[in-house]
Design a protein around this ligand. Structure first.
Ligand SMILES: NC(=O)c1ccc[n+]([C@@H]2O[C@H](COP(=O)([O-])OP(=O)(O)OC[C@H]3O[C@@H](n4cnc5c(N)ncnc54)[C@H](O)[C@@H]3O)[C@@H](O)[C@H]2O)c1
Length: 290
């Protein structure tokens, strides 16, 4: 899709971080933007901040983990605008780090309900309508570099959810191509980006088990090292990729590409996954992680 002016963009998780940067960029490209988020207050504040700058935006309070809410939002947005040209399934959450066997089932359910089923609900509610409208369109699903790495440590739930997003995005891309549609798809794989992701437990619903403070939550927006990207950098990469119809949108620090390549090289060579040397040294000196 090369033209954005006057077209319609829908962004989930748009009240904060990467989602807000995507919404802001869509607005500056001249699109009509629909911001969707579970957090009503920040959502309205985000929408207002764009309206004050003269942009055409609307806000829908939507929990992407709920099929009926996403379906109702899609029906309402198509009734209002008649079409959606850019859909960013971006909302996502991160749970507390633990050994793989120790993540409560409630963590698996919550993270998968947002990170995986949120994307599934977006695809199921919007794509048939996008196809039926006959208009050109593009879907961008936010995965993560965690979806390309062969497995992190302490983050089994999040990493597995992002592998699922990567895989379902590849399927979506191919399904659209073989049917000769006017809609295409991409997957965004950010590395470290300065957002509120480490405070994701703020959106954990009461019925998703005990809300446990994330180990890194107190470090808030500075949880990543100084070389983390601003969210606007992801928006730049997304809009270039959509213009050029590139599927993989990578936005990571060099070291993450090295880890990814190293992990895949080891796999193809029949070698086992690498464990960071400093953790092996800690184990060997009797200081294994709890
Ligand atoms: N920040 C990073 O370094 C990084 C790296 C890789 C991938 N990502 C991914 O980027 C996406 C955006 O996250 P971010 O980093 O901007 O974090 P963020 O916390 O700043 O923004 C996430 C947004 O999603 C919303 N949200 C949470 N649960 C929701 C739900 N059930 N329904 C609707 N909205 C919901 C939040 O209210 C928030 O506005 C996520 O999918 C995340 O996994 C982030």
């Amino acid at each position: 899709m090369k033209e954005f002016e006057g077209r319609v963009a829908v962004v989930t998780g748009a009240a904060s971080g990467i989602g807000f940067a995507l919404a802001e960029r869509a607005a500056t490209e001249g699109m009509k933007v629909v911001l969707c988020d579970i957090e009503a207050g920040p959502l309205e504040a985000a929408a207002q901040s764009l309206r004050h700058r003269g942009f055409t935006v609307s806000a829908h309070r939507v929990d992407v983990s709920k099929e009926a809410e996403v379906e109702a939002a899609a029906a309402g947005i198509f009734a209002d605008f008649g079409a959606v040209h850019l859909l960013c399934n971006n909302a996502g959450v991160l749970n507390r780090e633990r050994p793989s066997w120790d993540h409560p089932v409630a963590d698996w359910q919550w993270v998968f309900s947002v990170n995986v089923m949120g994307v599934v609900h977006g695809v199921r509610a919007f794509v048939p309508r996008m196809l039926a409208s006959g208009e050109e369109g593009h879907i961008v699903n936010t995965a993560s570099m965690a979806g390309l790495l062969t497995g992190g440590m302490g983050t089994a739930v999040y990493d597995a959810s992002k592998h699922a997003v990567l895989s379902l995005s590849e399927s979506l891309y191919k399904d659209l191509i073989v049917r000769q549609t006017k809609v295409s798809a991409s997957v965004l794989c950010p590395g470290a980006v300065t957002t509120r992701i480490f405070a994701a437990e703020r959106n954990r619903p009461a019925d998703a088990g005990t809300a446990e403070r994330h180990a890194l939550a107190s470090r808030g927006a500075t949880a990543f090292p100084g070389d983390s990207f601003p969210p606007e950098e992801m928006a730049d990469r997304v809009f270039s990729a959509v213009r050029e119809n590139r599927f993989y949108i990578l936005g990571a620090q060099d070291v993450m590409y090295e880890w990814t390549k190293m992990g895949h090289d080891r796999m193809w060579a029949g070698r086992n996954p690498a464990v960071p040397r400093k953790l092996l040294a800690a184990r060997d000196s009797g200081n294994a992680p709890a």
